[in-house]
Design a protein around this ligand. Structure first.
Ligand code: C2O
Ligand code: CU
Length: 576
């Protein structure tokens, strides 16, 4: 008796073990490795007004969409056939322990030179929804970008009703001139960059722009169906308002994480940010414009005030003679419309999509974000304030000076040789009334120029408050962190005051993001756990600001365990 019962027990035990093993196997079998080839080249391109050539990937503008599932690995062979350096960044992909493929030039790699190539491994982990990829060297990202769609794992589904179809919506910013020329002139002058000539939707300015009408993006809708809009703002220098005539939009995801449904008649989206939006085709048969225009609370005298459009056409078998219906949109400087929309995003926070907001904080940081000025080179005039200075920008009064070799390479090899310093300040070195409306002392404007990193311990919990300043101009700064997502736990206008503002934090369902617009003359508090060892850039996603130096680098140290260390570099890292 005894023997039988023990062996049947063993049998049952073995059976359970088998089922578990099978289950694990099915799960690991599900994660796939996908292969893409990106050929970067200066290609003839005549579909966009009078443009003759553009730097593109595979000849496409916007570039090819990558589609994968949660947890997959994507290998992208990047081949540079263009005549200048390029790097590619997978915006919002955390790349656990593998910063080597992250892409920001001179932070994690040296650029891929003309004729060079780099096989980039992109490791997906908990991202799900819409992300994007873009060039991360000079201003090439204006035309070198595309969507990165991450579907739910096989056997799982969206936390909302399955849409009938998906629609890509890529907002871009276009210059009639060659973007490289615009960039070089901007760097040389020390002033503001030339403003763009138009915004674009899926590569076209649309009907309201004189030369684009024949190419206007048209998308057909079937009445009664639901569409998932996968949207990114790939514009260079501006946040954007977006709306669809007579249709409301329901946000269900943001930056590759699900949100509680948020229904609105307009949305605002910052450069770098992505949104998943549901649109129900529930209106009478007709044609409807979707439109985007820039949002800027304090625009420069000269700004791109064009509106880009594309058309939703209800399929009906007949043509509508009247022009499409145009949507209502907030005014271009309506900072309240912008802050209220962004401030209404919430994490889904369900058992299937739980949140994990750090509650015990080990490291508290306060970073000021400023537009500054520095003297022109001796005996020269430049186009910054008073014509004796050039524009600069800073985080905690430090203008980030891009080195000429990779910070990650120097850190990994343990040979710093002055490539970077590691004493980035935890609090502003200068304290003043940051958001004072006028009369801020001009002596506060000059930043220090340095390459400084903030060292974080592995798994350290961080609270970082971004404080906008009004030094030369108060504008929204869409701050983007590589290698991590963060919870946006609070925001407000004016100066952050710990004793007053911490009590208003949302620690229940704050949105999980990677790019957050810090409101004009206001502050935003984020929390994250530094659980990804590596070297991670953090910067404003307005291209003119990052070019002026509004960025810094976090280095997250290795943990003790073998699986908490930066993986070794691939053999084909581009040489410096
Ligand atoms: Cu989307 Cu560092 O960038
Ligand atoms: Cu900025």
């Amino acid at each position: 008796m005894k023997i039988i019962s023990s062996s049947s027990f063993q049998l049952a035990y073995l059976g359970i073990l088998l089922v578990i093993l099978l289950f694990i196997n099915i799960h690991s079998l599900q994660a796939a490795t996908l292969q893409y080839t990106f050929v970067v080249d200066e290609t003839n391109y005549t579909r966009l007004c009078n443009t003759k050539s553009l730097i593109t990937v595979n000849g496409l503008f916007p570039g090819p969409t990558i589609t994968a599932r949660r947890g997959d690995t994507v290998i992208v062979d990047v081949i540079n056939r263009a005549e200048h350096n390029i790097t590619i960044h997978w915006h919002g992909v955390k790349q656990p322990r593998y910063p080597w493929s992250d892409g920001p030039e001179f932070v994690t790699q040296c650029p891929i030179q003309p004729g060079g190539n780099f096989s980039q491994r992109v490791f997906l982990s908990d991202e799900e929804g819409t992300l994007w990829w873009h060039a991360h060297s000079d201003w090439s990202r204006a035309t070198v970008h595309g969507l990165f769609v991450i579907l739910p794992r096989l056997g799982t589904t969206y936390p909302f009703r399955q849409p009938d179809a998906e629609v890509p919506v890529v907002i871009g910013e276009w210059w009639e001139r060659d973007i490289q020329e615009v960039f070089e002139e901007f760097v040389k002058s020390g002033g503001d960059p030339q403003s763009s000539d138009a915004l674009t939707i899926n590569g076209q300015p649309g009907d309201l722009y004189n030369c684009s009408a024949s190419g206007t993006t048209k998308i057909s809708l079937d009445q009664g169906k639901t569409y998932l809009l996968r949207m990114v703002n790939a514009a260079m220098n501006n946040l954007a308002f977006f709306a669809v005539a007579n249709h409301s939009l329901t946000v269900v995801g943001c930056d590759g994480a699900y949100t509680k449904p948020l229904t609105s008649t307009y949305i605002v989206i910052s450069p770098g940010q992505t949104l998943d939006l549901l649109l129900e085709a529930n209106q009478p048969l007709n044609n409807y414009y979707m439109a985007a225009k820039l949002f800027n609370g304090q625009p420069a005298s000269d700004f791109d005030n064009t509106t880009t459009t594309a058309i939703f056409e209800y399929t009906s078998g007949r043509n509508f003679s009247s022009p499409p219906i145009f949507p209502d949109m907030p005014a271009f400087n309506d900072r309240n419309a912008s802050a209220v929309f962004t401030g209404s995003l919430r994490s889904l926070a369900t058992p299937e999509h739980p949140i994990d907001v750090p509650l015990k904080i080990k490291k508290t940081l306060l970073y000021t974000l400023s537009i500054n000025s520095i003297p022109c080179a001796s005996n020269q005039t430049c186009d910054g304030p008073n014509n004796t200075t050039r524009f600069a920008a800073s985080v905690n009064n430090i203008t980030f000076d891009l080195p000429s070799t990779s910070i990650l390479g120097a850190y990994y090899r343990g040979i710093n040789n002055g490539v970077y310093g590691d004493d980035f300040p935890d609090v502003p070195p200068l304290r003043f009334n940051y958001t004072q409306s006028r009369g801020l002392n001009a002596s506060l404007r000059t930043p220090e120029v340095a390459t400084d990193v903030e060292m974080l311990k592995h798994n350290e919990t961080v609270e970082l408050v971004f404080q906008g300043t009004n030094l030369l101009a108060g504008v929204d700064h869409p701050m983007h962190l590589h290698g991590h997502s963060f919870y946006v736990v609070g925001w407000g206008f004016g100066n952050f005051k710990r004793s007053r503002d911490v009590s208003s934090y949302n620690l229940v369902d704050p949105p999980l993001m990677q790019t957050i617009a810090v409101p004009q003359n206001g502050w935003t508090a984020i929390r994250f756990k530094a659980d990804n060892p590596g070297v991670w850039f953090m910067h404003c996603h307005l291209e003119r600001h990052v070019s002026w130096g509004m960025g810094m680098v976090f280095i997250v140290r290795n943990g003790k365990a073998a699986n908490a260390r930066v993986l070794p570099p691939p053999p084909d890292m581009p040489p410096c």
